[in-house]
Write a protein that binds this ligand. Structure first.
Ligand SMILES: [Zn+2]
Length: 154
């Protein structure tokens, strides 16, 4: 059967992620008020292996500086991660959490456990990344051409 019913995560999964997000937020706020540790993310507890999946993921993406996951890490250091957590909690409340904002399919739970603030499935994330790379290449080419024109005038 291919009937289209609205995609929504099971309530028990929503509850699980709500707890996970609340825990991350609590840790983050504690880390921020605790000390002026420059790297909030790495100062978070390493035990439990909870972040291991994320770390591996980050290692995969580390070579790609346009990676969303890398931006996510930078955002964490800037404290924007807290905003992402708040937004994710908001999505839990209105039932849209875990739904890819591009293709509207459910994001695999394993990915959400690693990156609970994710708003896209891996496929859509890759697609966005590819487009961003393309855009930045076009922008670079444009700037380069502009520079060349300017140099020719001199
Ligand atoms: Zn998607």
């Amino acid at each position: 059967m291919t009937e289209k019913k609205p995609v929504k995560m099971d309530q028990k999964d929503l509850d699980f992620f709500e707890a996970l997000l609340a825990e991350r937020r609590r840790e983050l706020v504690a880390a921020q008020t605790d000390s002026e540790n420059t790297n909030v993310f790495h100062s978070q507890k390493d035990q439990g292996g909870e972040l291991a999946g994320y770390s591996n993921h980050l290692a995969d993406a580390a070579s790609d500086y346009t990676s969303l996951e890398t931006n996510f890490d930078l955002a964490a250091r800037e404290g924007k991660y807290l905003v992402y957590l708040e937004e994710a909690l908001q999505r839990v409340k209105n039932g849209t959490f875990g739904i890819c904002k591009v293709c509207k399919n459910l994001i695999p739970k394993a990915r959400l456990e690693a990156v609970p603030t994710a708003t896209k499935c891996v496929d859509c994330k890759e697609e966005t990344k590819r487009k961003e790379r393309e855009d930045s290449r076009i922008e670079m080419a444009r700037l380069f051409a502009e520079q060349q024109r300017r140099e020719q005038k001199m």
